[in-house]
Ligand binder design. Structure first.
Ligand code: NAD
Ligand code: ZN
Length: 354
């Protein structure tokens, strides 16, 4: 698969990833190579990764527990200490081998250690391959506030090895798929059309879809790294999706949803709003709803749930000047950003989703 050029770095696939590492991890280039893993990627991905790594440079492995609960400033403190104790200096490099939690926190730690050392993302979840590892956003949560602390800085490279997906649980695969569907909906109708026959999908097809999805995300962020314009299109499904995700997380009676599961619902709801605003036809809306509902389990929302989700919207960090702003579909494959919408319409979107 063709290497993708990002603004200041490249996204390599399969064997080209290891060729890149062999060129970069030579003596005297980096004083020390650190690999950050979580307990699952330590088991499932690290042995293969190390076996393919041809370098004489000393490698130190740093392992975290798995999960979003690790993505906080206390873990950063622990990582800054580990890097220091293991002899890290300005010429060290950090390789983030894991899902979005590892690339977000590893990227942030690399950007802040010694005022910034190089880092490479090696995403091991579908979501991290097509989304989290690309685009330079690094950071951690502050209490319940997701990604409240962070920095935009791009990695030295991103290395995509889809073989790692073999051990990824199916719900985590679906979670990543939601972002791929989003890329089609907001940017490329032909790409979206490929998801209509998902049941026939083999590994080779999936790898091509991953490559195309990365290309879409990269095109968008290359044009607008700091999210002043087109990058906001990536928020499609996320305005309501985030509120739903937070509500399920905080509610004692609900099982938390994975990010992509919440975004899938958010995309159906925001497609409904797009339709009501005459940006999407009835047929397009029903196609989107049908395809997404076919992949993701349907969630039932009571009237109280809907009200609570709408209340939570006001905490969305993307609200500007006190108003909730949506990125809405403008037909399939295009988007209109900075769209406002009243609460009744949001309520109707939830009702129609059921
Ligand atoms: P994650 O990193 O928690 O990974 C999900 C689970 O899969 C974890 O338990 C992990 O240990 C396990 N895992 C990872 N690779 C595996 C493999 N190959 N085999 C088996 N198990 C494996 O979560 P995620 O879904 O990858 O990422 C979510 C995070 O990404 C969130 O914190 C979110 O905020 C962030 N994110 C960031 C951006 C960005 O632009 N920076 C974009 C989207 C999401
Ligand atoms: Zn997302």
């Amino acid at each position: 698969m063709q290497t993708i050029s990002a603004t200041n770095y490249s996204i390599f696939f399969n064997e080209k990833s290891y060729e890149f590492l062999a060129e970069v991890l030579v003596p005297n280039r980096y004083s020390k190579v650190f690999i950050l893993v979580d307990e699952n990627t330590a088991t499932h991905c690290l042995p293969t990764f190390l076996a393919n790594l041809a370098t004489e440079v000393t490698i130190e492995i740093i392992e975290l527990e798995a999960g979003e609960s690790q993505k906080n400033i206390e873990t950063c403190l622990q990582l800054w200490h580990s890097l220091t104790e293991l002899g890290g200096d300005r010429k060290s490099i950090l390789i983030n081998l894991g899902g979005g939690v590892i690339s977000d926190i590893g990227g942030f730690v690399a950007c802040t250690f010694k005022r910034g050392i190089d880092f490479i993302n090696v995403p091991t979840t579908l979501l991290a391959m097509v989304d989290a590892s690309i685009g330079g956003k690094n950071g951690v949560d502050l209490g319940n506030l997701k990604n409240q602390i962070g920095i935009i800085r791009e990695p030295k490279a991103v290395l995509v090895l889809p073989e790692f997906l073999a051990t990824l649980p199916s719900n985590e695969m679906r979670s990543g798929l939601a972002e791929m569907l989003k890329h089609g909906l907001i940017y490329d109708k032909e790409y979206w059309n490929q998801f209509k026959n998902l049941s026939d999908l083999n590994t080779e097809d999936l790898n091509i879809l991953i490559h195309q999805s990365i290309q879409i995300k990269n095109n968008i962020v290359s044009e607008d790294l700091t999210e002043n314009g087109i990058r906001k299109s990536l928020n499609f499904g996320h305005t309501l999706g985030h509120a739903i995700e937070s509500y399920f997380l905080e509610s004692d009676s609900k099982t938390p949803l994975l990010h992509g599961e919440a975004i899938a619902i958010g995309m159906i709801l925001e497609s409904y709003i797009s339709k009501e605003k005459k940006l999407l036809t009835n047929e397009e809306y029903h196609e989107i709803k049908y395809i997404i509902k076919d992949i993701f389990e349907t969630v039932n929302f009571s009237q109280t749930d809907i009200k609570n989700c709408i209340d939570l919207l006001i905490f969305d960090k993307k609200n500007e000047f006190g108003k909730v702003q949506f990125a809405l579909l403008d037909g399939i494959g295009a988007i209109k950003i900075n769209q406002e919408c009243d609460n009744d319409l949001i309520y109707n979107a939830f009702e129609d989703y059921q």
